[in-house]
Design a protein around this ligand. Sequence first.
Ligand code: 5GP
Ligand code: ZN
Length: 118
Amino acid sequence: MHDPSCIFCKIIAGQIPSKKVYEDDDVFAFHDINPWAPVHFLLVPKQHIPSMAQVGPEHERLLGKMLLLAPRLAAEQGCNPYPEGGFRIVCNTGAEGGQEVHHLHIHVMGGPRPWVRG
Ligand code: 5GP
Ligand code: ZN
C-alpha cells in the first residue's frame, strides 16, 4: 500500500511537511511546492498507485471520488466560478507524459491569468 521510498507516501504519512488542502480515509491533497498558477494543489490517493497506467476496475470508486473532489476543492481554494473562472486538471503519466513523481496525482490549477506556466 505504501512505498517507503516514495516522496508522496512520505507527505501523506507526515514524514515530509506539506501545506494540506484536504484529507479523508482515501485521499490527500496538498499545495504544489512549485506552483504554476495562483491555485495549484495535488490530489493523491493514500494508497501507493504509481500512475494512471496501473489503475483497474478496483479503483473506480477512488478515481470517481478524486474527480468529484477536484471542483469542490478548487472552489474552496479560490478558483473563480465557471465559466469566466474555472480550473485545469492534469494527470501526467509516465516519462513521455511528463510524470516526475511516480505516485498517482491529479494537478488542479486555477486562478486569475497570467499563470507562471501553462
Ligand atoms: P509530475 O511532474 O510528476 O506530474 O508532478 C510532480 C509535482 O510534484 C511537481 O509539480 C512538483 O512541484 C511537486 N512536488 C515534488 N516534490 C514535492 C514536495 O516535496 N512537496 C510538494 N508540495 N510538492 C512537490
Ligand atoms: Zn507513494
